[in-house]
Design a protein around this ligand. Structure first.
Ligand code: SAH
Ligand code: SF4
Length: 367
């Protein structure tokens, strides 16, 4: 049996150094390759022109640079969102979505000079997957409806970022934010997710700031506490979606294991440890969790916690009858929370015409 080539993004710098040492290469070679990968964004051995032909051939034979095929990609009709569905070698599908913000046409109030040209910091937020499918079974979520397939390796997580970074490079653009909000539950694949964070953050490599990363979790309490103890600068978001245990259990089976109070206690622990604000994600579902009464109950529970609520009208999915809250009711929800002292933003739904909601494209293609 021929051995399966190692995915180069699965290696951290010490592991890459060990590999090259075992090939009889000098010590500085690993750094050279590391910089090619993460600074020049090379994605094939031929691009490493400063290396010998024989080394490039060995890299081609024993390492993989692209761990998936592009099964399909879709651009939203407004041109601001690109969703890519990747097929892994074992046939599993994962998705990553790029959202562009801050272009002049996107927001006419922003002057052209401030947002175009070299060096302009247009926001390019990339949403990546940490698992194929998800075991958590949230009823409103397309990924939850697919069920769990498998964990992604750290390299498979990193490779999604590299894919988009390589795509944006010819346009002189960069990924500015990474959110772990695609398919899967990041804290159910804790080690690989955090290894991916470290690899992306490496100062000699891609050097992507942890403050520009956000991990979103369904609320796995032991992992929230562990994450707090590690004192990372990565932003933390918690998918709450209900202010009452019974109501949360009806849409999120995880609430059987961890009650809202336990999740909020872990969040308080996180804030105490890190002094960082927690985000609560809230999918506004018409008539289910969008009433002023729910908003008041939520505000009472969050009182005193350094946090804000990120509400987004539900992206309807095939497997769930719930509908999105309309703009007017969303605004009332926000105002009710804010009157009670809890900051809230309503996020626009992006890429709705390309099923950019979590797991939706894989759900449509993968059946
Ligand atoms: N598993 C993690 C991260 C992936 S889901 C988590 O649950 O937090 C990313 C976000 O999308 C979560 O806040 C999740 O609740 C939300 N989400 C899932 N399905 C949705 C839908 N149909 N409409 C709106 N938000 C949804
Ligand atoms: Fe999994 Fe998050 Fe979807 Fe829940 S919302 S099923 S945790 S991906």
């Amino acid at each position: 049996m021929t051995p399966v080539p190692t995915l180069i993004y699965d290696l951290d710098l010490p592991a890459l150094s060990d590999l090259l040492k075992s090939w009889g290469e000098p010590a500085y070679r690993a750094k050279q390759i590391w910089q090619g990968l993460y600074q020049h964004l090379y994605n094939s051995p031929e691009q490493f022109t400063s290396l010998s032909k024989s080394l490039r051939e060995r890299m081609a034979a024993e390492l993989t640079f692209i761990p998936f095929k592009v099964k399909t990609y879709l651009d939203s009709s407004d041109g601001f969102t690109r969703k890519t569905l990747f097929e892994l070698p074992d046939g599993n599908l994962i998705e990553a979505v790029l959202m562009r913000y801050g272009d002049p046409a996107d927001n006419p109030q922003i002057s052209t000079s401030a947002t175009s040209g070299r060096g302009a910091r247009k926001r390019r937020t990339l949403c990546i997957s940490t698992q194929a499918g998800c075991a958590m079974g949230c009823v409103f979520c397309a990924t939850g409806q697919l069920g769990y397939k498998r964990n992604l390796s750290s390299g498979e997580i990193v490779a999604q970022v590299m894919y988009y970074a390589q795509m944006l490079k010819p346009q002189d653009e960069v990924v500015t934010n990474v959110v772990f909000m695609g398919m899967g539950e990041p804290f159910h694949n804790y080690d690989n997710t955090l290894a991916a964070v470290d690899r992306l953050n490496d100062a000699d490599g891609y050097n992507f700031g942890t403050r520009r990363m956000t991990i979103s979790t369904v609320g796995l309490v032991p992992q929230i506490r562990r994450f707090a103890d590690e004192q990372r600068q990565v932003n933390l978001a918690i998918s709450l979606h209900a202010a009452d245990d019974e109501e949360r259990l009806a849409i999120m089976p995880v609430n059987k294991r961890y009650k809202i109070d336990e999740v909020l206690d872990a969040c308080r622990y996180y804030v105490d440890k890190t002094h960082r604000r927690v985000t609560f994600e809230w999918a506004l579902i018409s008539g289910v969790n969008d009433t002023p009464e729910v908003a008041r109950k939520l505000a009472a529970r969050l009182k005193g916690l350094l946090c804000h609520v990120n509400a987004i009208p539900l992206n309807p999915t095939a497997g769930y009858a719930g509908q999105a809250t309309d703009r007017e009711r969303a605004e009332i929800f926000k105002q009710t929370l804010e009157q009670a002292g809890i900051p809230c933003t309503i996020r626009m739904r992006r890429g709705i015409d390309i099923q950019a909601g979590c797991g939706q494209l894989a759900g449509a293609v993968g059946k």
